[in-house]
Design a protein around this ligand. Structure first.
Ligand SMILES: Cc1cc2nc3c(=O)[nH]c(=O)nc-3n(C[C@H](O)[C@H](O)[C@H](O)COP(=O)(O)O)c2cc1C
Length: 329
């Protein structure tokens, strides 16, 4: 007797997966993903037409964002009580395929991370008082470690402050960059609101250069003050052995596991890739901080002093175009 094939996904289950994917973090909240569902196979596709020529000219952050969505997708499948297998495709459109297998109870850890998906958000403000205990910091970092991905706490905060201060001064004066950022922050409220972009409320008024997106008026304290502020935060750098799209996807997937692990431990955080795109910045970071690979993202985290509001999302019909979730929001 042959075992029955794994059951195809129902409409409700597809909606469940799409909702988890849609809550993933993405560069400028561009949500550059879609799902294509074929029975028990779910393709993660790049959503066409998203270009961030100044922030992300080579699509690295787009692929990192697809990686965060992939982690959410995998956790949602496991939360449904199904096994799954993820295969990197690396084609222009299909980023990865998740093949859904037989029933299998989710582990308590997978459940905890799945439940953190809806609570996670970018927290760009200052954190509450003290540093996070070492054991907790180590557990958060370890959650992102996987083959080819290394997660480290940066030493030499004086050097990091110098580099971030320099990047902030450059980005503040880059008119093309600032124009693009304005486009992604201006339409999130009122009449033009369409469910993507970064809302004004989510941009911290205290924004340190290390805490968010650099705008024309972002203050740049001197390097010594900046280093002191960095020392009061908890920082991780996500690095990869290689620097190809597959590495960017893996880094994004790891970043989201780190972020969800932190969220499950009642921590909050935000991510920084903006300065990494400046010519020569990554190489300087590797040499000054003696990093174990190519830096892909910096994650800062701590205990919240105040809550952060959620950012908008596109309707679920945009996540599964032409799919059964078309009527859901
Ligand atoms: C690959 C990637 C790069 C990002 N880069 C930055 C950044 O440089 N600065 C920043 O403040 N937020 C950054 N973010 C956070 C996004 O702006 C944020 O995830 C998005 O606006 C959605 O908001 P949420 O995280 O609250 O859901 C990045 C997110 C991702 C996934």
């Amino acid at each position: 007797m042959t075992a029955a094939a794994p059951a195809a996904l129902t409409t409700e289950q597809i909606g469940f997966l799409a909702r988890a994917v849609s809550r993933a973090p993405s560069v400028h909240n561009s949500q550059p993903w879609q799902l294509g569902v074929r029975g028990t196979e779910v393709d993660l596709l790049e959503r066409p037409g998203i270009e961030l020529c100044r922030q992300d000219p080579f699509g690295r952050d787009r692929m990192l964002s697809c990686g965060t969505a992939l982690t959410d997708l995998e956790l949602a499948v496991r939360a449904l009580g199904r096994d799954c297998h993820v295969e990197y495709r690396g084609r222009a459109d299909v980023v990865a395929t998740v093949t859904i297998g037989r029933p299998r109870p989710a582990s308590p850890r997978d459940f905890a991370l799945y439940h953190a998906i809806a609570r996670r958000r970018s927290h760009r403000r200052a954190f509450f008082g003290s540093r996070v205990p070492e054991g907790v910091r180590t557990a958060v970092a370890a959650s992102g470690e996987t083959t080819g991905v290394h997660v480290v706490e940066p030493g030499r905060l004086d050097k990091l402050a110098e580099l971030l201060g320099f990047a902030t001064r450059v980005l503040r004066e880059d008119r093309g960059y600032q124009r693009e950022l304005e486009l992604w922050t201006a339409h999130t409220h009122g009449w033009g609101a369409i469910g993507d972009g970064v809302p004004e409320d989510a941009m911290s008024p205290e924004a340190l250069p290390v805490a968010g997106l650099v705008r024309r008026d972002t203050p740049v304290p001197d390097d010594v003050v900046l280093a002191e502020r960095l020392a009061a935060e908890n920082l991780l750098v996500v690095c990869t052995d290689g620097d190809a799209p597959a590495d960017h996807l893996a880094a994004g997937a790891a970043l989201q596991r780190i972020w969800l692990t932190a969220t499950a431990k009642a921590l909050v955080g935000s991510v920084l890739t903006q300065p990494l795109h400046l010519t020569g910045f990554r190489a300087r970071l590797v040499s000054e901080l003696a990093l174990p690979g190519v830096p892909q993202a910096i994650f800062r985290f701590g205990y919240p002093a105040v809550p952060a509001a959620p950012s908008p999302r596109l309707p679920l019909g945009e996540v599964v175009p032409g799919g059964p979730t078309g009527g859901l929001r």
